[in-house]
Design a protein around this ligand. Structure first.
Ligand code: HEC
Length: 160
């Protein structure tokens, strides 16, 4: 058990190295999305972030587009092709590291887990931390980030 966890951790780190290469290749300054992000309700969360709602919630086309991005943008490298977390946390179990609301998931995908903790989020501690999730805001625009949220949620529903 300890061994397989150790192996998962190593693979996760290998994934992080791969991601760094992808991020350097993208090389664009700043973020691709808008500010405030697409889906802003105009309210603020307890963490001082703009509260967001996925504008594509329940949209099957958005989820299908998210599936493509998931495969192309290295998500699959760390979270596995069934999203069960071959190397990093499962995206289809009932446990969420920082929370499962739209705002949290969007900012986790856009800015990464270090930035979330910078906003006062704490890890739930139910899953061992194998690494940090990098932000994808330089590679993906708001629309694409929401498509990923739609895809992850659709897979979650399917796993129940
Ligand atoms: C380099 C490995 C890596 C890549 C690539 C990666 N992630 Fe992650 N992801 C992680 C790690 C590690 C965590 C947990 C962070 C923590 O524990 O603080 C995480 C957490 C998450 C979570 C929260 C899971 C939960 O149970 O709360 C979601 C959702 C997620 N990632 C989606 C994605 C998507 C979508 C992509 C592609 C855009 C992606 N990840 C790419 C490593 C990665």
């Amino acid at each position: 058990m300890a061994c397989s966890h150790w192996r998962a951790e190593r693979r996760c780190r290998a994934g992080l190295a791969l991601l760094l290469v992808a991020a350097l290749a993208a090389c664009g300054p700043g973020r691709r999305g808008s500010d405030p992000p697409l889906g802003a309700t105009g309210r603020q969360t307890a963490h001082g972030l703009p509260e967001l709602r996925n504008p594509f919630a329940g949209d099957a086309a958005a989820s299908a587009a998210g599936a493509q991005i998931y495969a192309q943008r290295a998500c699959v490298t760390c979270h596995g092709n069934k999203l069960t977390g071959a190397m990093c946390p499962s995206l289809v179990n009932q446990r969420w590291v920082y929370g499962d609301d739209d705002t949290t998931l969007f900012f986790l995908l856009r800015d990464g887990s270090v930035a979330l903790r910078g906003h006062g989020y704490t890890r739930s501690g139910q899953d061992p931390q194998v690494g940090d999730m990098a932000g994808f805001g330089r590679l993906l625009d708001d629309h694409e980030l929401w498509q990923l949220v739609s895809f992850v949620r659709a897979q979650q529903l399917r796993a129940d």
